[in-house]
Design a protein. Structure first.
Length: 143
């Protein structure tokens, strides 16, 4: 399982944004300063208050505590989708829910879109067309 921890300014607003993308909030792993969003069966996004996130960062080498003001919220996370249409659908929902469009550099058989959530975390949605990447008939299982 992959767990992506993201500091957010407003837990309820952020949870609403990710729900609008079609992801489910996993109530079992939510608490006062954390909301768990299930992106897939093996990927969770933990939305954390700045205070909770700072606690996860650990102390610097000098032993002083990490303060919420020390948190610089930005990440770049890429997720793959089953189809190019799914990329476009999630992207459209992200923009409709308050996300900001970002540039995406497409290369070869990759179809992608990129957006930033309301806290500035950047998400890349990627679909790799294997038929284009390796050619028709080249996807045979080898023995």
């Amino acid at each position: 399982m992959v767990i992506v921890n993201l500091p957010v300014r407003d837990l309820l607003a952020s949870a609403g944004f990710y729900r609008a993308l079609g992801f489910a909030v996993d109530e079992e792993f939510c608490e006062v300063e954390a909301v768990s969003v299930r992106v897939s069966g093996s990927v969770l996004v933990m939305l954390l208050s700045f205070e909770r996130y700072a606690g996860f960062l650990g102390a610097p080498d000098d032993g002083s505590p990490t303060r919420p003001d020390d948190v610089h919220p930005q990440s770049l996370t890429s997720i793959s989708t089953a189809t190019a249409a799914e990329v476009d659908d999630i992207y459209a929902r992200a923009l409709a829910a308050g996300g900001s469009p970002r540039a995406f550099v497409a290369q070869g058989p990759v179809h992608g879109r990129s957006f930033a959530d309301p806290d500035g975390h950047v998400w890349e949605l990627v679909h790799l067309d294997l038929e284009v990447a390796v050619g028709p008939g080249d996807l045979r299982a080898s023995s």
